[in-house]
Design a protein around this ligand. Sequence first.
Ligand SMILES: Cc1cc2nc3c(=O)[nH]c(=O)nc-3n(C[C@H](O)[C@H](O)[C@H](O)COP(=O)(O)OP(=O)(O)OC[C@H]3O[C@@H](n4cnc5c(N)ncnc54)[C@H](O)[C@@H]3O)c2cc1C
Length: 617
Amino acid sequence: MTESYDIVIVGAGPVGLMLSACLLRLGPYNIKHIDQRPGPTEIGRADGIQARTLDVLQNLGLKRAIMSYNPGRIYEVAFWDASKDGTGIRRTGTSRSYPEYIDTRYPFSTIIHQGRIEKIFLDDLKDRRLEIERSWTIAGFRKDPCGEQSDHPLVVDLVSVDGRESSTVRTKYLFGADGARSRVRDLLRVPMLSKDPTMHVWSVIDGVVKSDFPDIQMKTTVRSSKGSAMIIPQGNNRVRIYVQVFPKNGQEPVAFATVPKIQQAANDILAPYKVEWEAVDWHSAYRIGQGFASRYSLDERVFIGGDACHTHSPKAGQGMNYGFLDAHNLAWKLHLVEAGFLRRSILKTYEEERKRAAAKLIEFDATYANLFSSSRPAGENNVAPSSEFVQVFKQNSLLTSGYGVEYPANSLTWPSTTSSTSTTALLPGHSFPTATVTRVIDANPVYLEQEIPFNGSYRIYIFAGKPVLTLKTIFDLAEHLQSKGSIFRRYQRKDIDTSYEGRHNPHSPFFTFSLVFHAPRSNIEIQECLPDYFACYRYHLYADDRELSQRGEAAEENAHVKMGFDVEKGGIVVVRPDGYVGCILELIDGRASALALDRYFEAIVPGSEHDAVAARL
Ligand SMILES: Cc1cc2nc3c(=O)[nH]c(=O)nc-3n(C[C@H](O)[C@H](O)[C@H](O)COP(=O)(O)OP(=O)(O)OC[C@H]3O[C@@H](n4cnc5c(N)ncnc54)[C@H](O)[C@@H]3O)c2cc1C
């Protein structure tokens, strides 16, 4: 019998690795993961992890491995332009990487090269017993839903790169994470839509430098009369410099941009300052071309993600970041469909959500890259005025931080009907805001948004106001969540798991509850405030009491207020397993809140339609 898999992943760059890493946290998935290269990236390529991505990696338990490399951290950006007297360059301003209004725990970009990122993922996958099968590629695939294994409707032909071996496997899903020249995308006959046909050529060099340039350890953009450059401090005394180059027509960028040429161009642009290279780790050159795939999926069985779907300029530092979020978005949906908790049609939202996010990014990137690049060789510079460039940079920092992603209203994201939309913090389709609260069971201050690891379950946060005022409401809610006909009862396992290991999901792997009372921690008694149903979530019971320090001074933001909830009455937030807000509901007496929760989930769980699968509880 043909070997069968849950998923075949083609490409073990950051995006393919992310999908495997996510899926193996969600279930014992049988994954065949191939790559055509004999080994992973050693060094170079992507080197910037944006703040939202770091949140996601933390939720996967991978942040510690990243930070163990002591990566560079970019808190501020410096802008340099040609000096008016024509004698060189001068600093025209600085800006924070992420302005204050961006709600993040990490107000910096983390700089670590792609070789290290791939290694972190490969080590993680090895611990989970997945090895990448290297020097293999995909030859073709077809749908054969009627064969002997109809639950694995795809037949995929694989071939070794040297052509000596071949193999045919069956799978439920196929994911193409095979980069900008994706073979899977070609097999799907999906064209790339080009956003901007102007092709600027840039070179990049990484290494150790000795320089009198004052901002050599800062992220710096330089637009001089000799051309444009960007400096990225990589930490541990290493620096990356991007310089625009001008190969002759038909000349390949990599052949043109030799190390001495890149070094000379950098010195010309930074003059009168000098840069000497003590070591060169890596160099390359590339054309900037923005584009995105017209489709991301075939019949919700074959998907593409990362550079296979969208390409942009490396200088905005977004390709890998957006690709990671593609894989993260797809992983939990595949999992919940396979587990029988979501209807299959939900998989359509992968393309709907991620294509829209990529389109917005590409729009920004085309403007940014064009303003930064000059269309003529050094000496005849025609770059845009500094103020316009800096303005575009600043206006788009929400987008580049990753927090600007906004999913459209669909079956997973409901427009809000409560008054809390008047705040900017909590919005449907946006990532759940940060909130520091005190965990009741051990009095530890914790990051609420990180308390549930990426485990595939929906996170339902009940901001429960003042316990004396909402006691009846909370007991009513618990009663109705367990009533006949409730979705929550339907998906509840028979034996409730009250163990420490089961603390996130005592009732079901589909959902988890967290309760946050607006009261001092010492006033919250589990036996008094919580009905038995919610007492199972005692590890996820919190006090929103951090607004006053022990000395009575304002310390942290009140979580209820930040979410836009009344501190007495509270409210409910349904957060998807990837940390995006699905809907915001009122917390009210009687059945209403439980019914509203039911309505949200009723629209996405399998109904009586043909795609219903018995939930594996
Ligand atoms: C100089 C430079 C700097 C960059 N800086 C940043 C940055 O700071 N931040 C950022 O987010 N992004 C950055 N990027 C972009 C980033 O590198 C890419 O967006 C990212 O690598 C995309 O990941 P991916 O997994 O989709 O594709 P890739 O990294 O291209 O990986 C694709 C994988 O698929 C394999 N493959 C290809 N075809 C096949 C096939 N037919 N069969 C089997 N395997 C196949 C390849 O061997 C490769 O391992 C930069 C890129 C460059 C060039």
